[in-house]
Write a protein that binds this ligand. Structure first.
Ligand code: C2R
Length: 184
């Protein structure tokens, strides 16, 4: 029996060199980190993804961060949960910007991840976003904003995204008013 054609043709492989390195402490972080990848894809930013751990694979983490600039990366996004040292270790070994995403944790609601990512000592910054999915989305956006400083097309895409946000809020506002105007 012949196979039915695929519903969608497979996506073309992206052959451009990655400019963003997205690293996560474990593959268990991926469902949240996906929000960041979605944003990078939305803005057509080429990225690479790695599972890396400052604790579990310290040598690989060291090598990754210390060669990042040389390999053409412009930003590293590091997501980790719990004793989240990954972003800080990345930042300690490179001078390209590092964006940290604190993962939500079951024990401490992500406060552990947040504090260990955001509370860097003076001298080694990590641009820390909010805990969880909102943070992951913003990590993608912040990364695109950093890259847009040297990329006018990307800046236009970011402006279009803001316009879309405004349009959606206006729509919600109209819907809310119409709903409240209905007799109860
Ligand atoms: P597992 O699900 O693999 O047990 O990982 C990961 O980011 C994950 O959220 C549990 C959590 O451990 C975190 N992890 C770190 C680091 N490596 C892994 N915080 C690190 O190096 O900071």
């Amino acid at each position: 029996m012949s196979q039915p054609p695929p519903a969608r043709p497979p996506a073309e492989p992206d052959l451009r060199p990655p400019v963003v390195g997205v690293v996560m402490g474990s593959d268990s972080d991926l469902p949240v980190v996906r929000k960041c990848l979605d944003m990078l894809e939305h803005f057509d930013v080429p990225y690479e993804v790695e599972v890396l751990s400052a604790h579990r694979t310290p040598e690989r983490a060291h090598e990754y961060a210390s060669t990042a600039r040389m390999r053409g990366l412009k930003v590293i996004v590091a997501a980790a949960g719990g004793a989240a040292h990954l972003a800080g270790v990345m930042a300690s070994l490179t001078t390209i910007p590092v964006v940290g995403i604190p993962m939500l944790t079951s024990g401490l609601g992500g406060a552990d991840s947040l504090y260990s990512t955001v509370q860097m000592p003076a001298g080694v910054p990590v641009a820390t976003v909010a805990i969880g999915e909102a943070g992951a989305t913003n990590a993608g956006l912040l990364t695109a904003e950093i890259l847009s400083l040297a990329d006018e097309e990307l800046q236009h895409r970011l402006l279009a995204h803001r316009a879309e946000l405004r349009r959606k809020v206006a729509e919600k506002n109209e819907r809310l008013k119409a709903m409240l105007a209905e007799p109860r």
